[in-house]
Ligand binder design. Structure first.
Ligand SMILES: *[C@@H]1O[C@H](CO)[C@@H](O)[C@H](O)[C@H]1NC(C)=O
Ligand SMILES: *[C@@H]1O[C@H](CO)[C@@H](O)[C@H](O)[C@H]1NC(C)=O
Ligand SMILES: *[C@@H]1O[C@H](CO)[C@@H](O)[C@H](O)[C@H]1NC(C)=O
Ligand SMILES: *[C@@H]1O[C@H](CO)[C@@H](O)[C@H](O)[C@H]1NC(C)=O
Ligand SMILES: *[C@@H]1O[C@H](CO)[C@@H](O)[C@H](O)[C@H]1NC(C)=O
Ligand SMILES: *[C@@H]1O[C@H](CO)[C@@H](O)[C@H](O)[C@H]1NC(C)=O
Length: 532
């Protein structure tokens, strides 16, 4: 059953560009606005040890910030903030909680400030997620749904969001109770229908504009089983495809966790991959422009292996006491060697001395995925979660994730003259962590000097194993994109920015539709007045 479905999907994969391009309808009916770059911000990320605040977000790289997560009461359907202290009370620099009136503070005030500074940036409240989606259990009750709709729109109005992102997850494993699952799936569509109506009414009451409604959905039959995809699609502006977590504790061997293409070896196939996920939702009738491909900004680790595809003994280390889970910005671990397999669209690190494997997307894979998104006319890229990306460098507000033009100009034609490992001549001082990054890169790639590795056509990536190179395309007539010298795929650079740069250079850029700033029905004085 799995095998036949997969061969069908593989077949679809061969004609992906054509199939996907035929779904023309967009529910807003006014065409294509540009690529979305959607980043999840976790409200728990502001605590130690992450310390990633709203003010740490590189807003110019994103079109959407999904604020994760709001909770919902399982019994009565009320949507509520899960940590008011950080969401709406925490004092950021510049806040004065003693000022007059009933005012909003915390992360959500800062999000509103970011929206003012960058009118392209939309903020969506993400409801549910892995931990809270169990609380959707009563979605089958009409009154529960009505309370959900009313309360979530109240939250949107009070805190100044531009829309809602529903992370329903799954309630029961596939095949356990298919009937209950179908019932929930249908009820979930009803919930989205009510939300869409409610959001349109709210926009009218707020003097116009448009609030977006999105859902985050899984890949593979465990992710999409039971969902009424074509029903849901009528109400959604776009879909966040969670194209990650394909391997983990439950896979007996160490496998890639976010590969773009499926593994033809049945023993290694996780029955999920980014492209198959896209194919599935497209085959259910979703306009390709509404499919936003999700990319993890974390690594999935296995220890005690003989390399990828072999048995593991434990999950091995991990950040913040999460076994087997590392932020990208801490990868690769020292001593590991990088691998890249282009036909899988996957990268990983391996330390032969300990057997430690970490599956994570390098900027090279990010660029490959960006190209896939553009080639197949998808809606953009989504990231879980933005605090895990290689830390932004912008002490001067300068962009990150590509070669700085000044450096590039100096480097061109004179590559040996500059010792970029020490960053002499860099236009501003680099923080320690990026200096360490360069050192690690040196070990990883075993290159002579720690000179930046530039992505040139016919690239040379030092000792990368399984390097397939860039530049060749399946059908060059259909697809003109070439890797540009100015996009840097050196490990240590922001994946979000790498993708954004590719969208800008080759895809016409990011969605520029404006956010909403008017919330006349907010209970907060400062939000009602637009933080004047
Ligand atoms: C967040 O920004 C603050 C202030 O600029 C900085 O001190 C801190 O290191 C940043 N945190 C991260 C995780 O980048
Ligand atoms: C509904 O749930 C919310 C959130 O848990 C709670 O604050 C509220 O009291 C509940 N309302 C009723 C009527 O039970
Ligand atoms: C939801 O809001 C509508 C419109 O304000 C109201 O008529 C309805 O009673 C509310 N439903 C619930 C369950 O709160
Ligand atoms: C992997 O296992 C080896 C052998 O037990 C151990 O030395 C090493 O510290 C482990 N690595 C990680 C990252 O946990
Ligand atoms: C690990 O290193 C040993 C010794 O150098 C070598 O024989 C073996 O093939 C390596 N294994 C892998 C999976 O690279
Ligand atoms: C890439 O992975 C595929 C699927 O496992 C495998 O068949 C192929 O040999 C790998 N390519 C290289 C260069 O290792």
């Amino acid at each position: 059953m799995f095998v036949s479905t997969l061969s069908l999907l593989a077949l679809l994969g061969l004609i992906s560009a054509r199939t996907l391009a035929t779904h023309k309808e967009d529910r807003r009916n006014d065409g294509w606005f540009g690529y979305r770059n959607v980043g999840y911000f976790t409200n728990w990320g502001i605590y130690d040890p992450q310390n990633f605040y709203v003010t740490n977000i590189t807003t110019q790289d994103l079109t959407h910030i999904n604020y994760a997560f709001a909770n919902v009461d399982a019994t009565n359907g009320t949507v509520f903030l899960d940590d008011p202290e950080v969401d709406i009370e925490y004092e950021y620099p510049g806040d004065n909680v003693d000022e007059k009136g009933n005012n909003l503070y915390g992360n959500l005030k800062q999000l509103y400030l970011l929206k003012k500074q960058n009118r392209r940036l939309k903020t969506l409240l993400s409801i549910g997620g892995a931990t809270y989606s169990i609380n959707f259990v009563n979605v089958i009750e009409p009154e529960w749904r009505e309370t959900f709709i009313n309360s979530s729109i109240e939250v949107l109005n009070n805190y100044g969001f531009d829309g809602l992102d529903v992370d329903f997850g799954k309630l029961g494993p596939v095949n356990k109770d298919p009937e209950a699952e179908t019932e929930q799936g249908v009820a979930f569509t009803e919930l989205l229908k009510g939300l869409r109506e409610g959001l349109d009414q709210a926009a009218k009451k707020n003097g116009g504009g448009y609030y977006e409604l999105t859902a985050a959905v899984g890949c593979g039959v465990f992710g999409w089983g039971g969902l009424d995809v074509s029903g849901m699609d009528k109400y959604l502006d776009f879909w966040n495809l969670m194209a990650y977590d394909f391997s983990g504790e439950w896979t007996p061997t160490a496998l890639p966790a976010s590969n773009l293409y499926h593994d033809p070896n049945p023993a290694n196939d996780q029955y999920a991959s980014g492209s198959e996920c896209v194919q599935h939702y497209a085959s259910e009738g979703v306009n390709s422009r509404k499919l936003v491909l999700g990319m993890p900004l974390y690594g999935t680790a296995f220890n005690g292996t003989q390399g990828l595809w072999t048995k593991w003994t434990d999950l091995g280390g991990g950040d913040y006491d999460q076994a087997g889970n590392y932020d990208d910005k801490h990868l690769p671990l020292e001593g590991a060697v990088m691998f890249y397999n282009k036909s899988l669209g996957a990268s990983w690190s391996f330390d032969n001395s300990t057997g430690h494997v970490v599956s994570f997307d390098t900027p090279t894979v990010a660029l490959q995925k960006a190209k896939y998104v553009m080639k197949n006319q998808l809606g953009g890229m989504m990231y879980w979660s933005i605090d895990q990306d290689y830390t932004k460098l912008q002490s001067n507000g300068k962009p990150n994730g590509r070669i700085w033009p000044g450096v590039w100009n100096k480097l061109k034609g004179t590559s040996k003259k500059y010792n970029y490992g020490k960053w002499k001549g860099a236009p501003w001082p680099l923080p320690d962590y990026i200096k360490n990054r360069q050192r690690r890169s040196e070990i990883v790639n075993n290159i002579e000097s720690s000179e930046l590795q530039l992505s040139k056509r016919g690239n040379n990536f030092g000792n990368w194993k399984n390097w397939a190179g860039w530049g060749e395309w399946e059908d060059p007539k259909q697809w003109k994109l070439k890797l540009d010298d100015n996009i840097c795929t050196n490990i240590g650079f922001s994946l979000i920015d790498t993708v954004k740069t590719a969208f800008e250079k080759y895809g016409g850029g990011l969605d520029k539709t404006k956010n909403n700033l008017k919330y006349p029905n907010s209970v907060y004085d400062n939000i009602r007045s637009g933080l004047r």
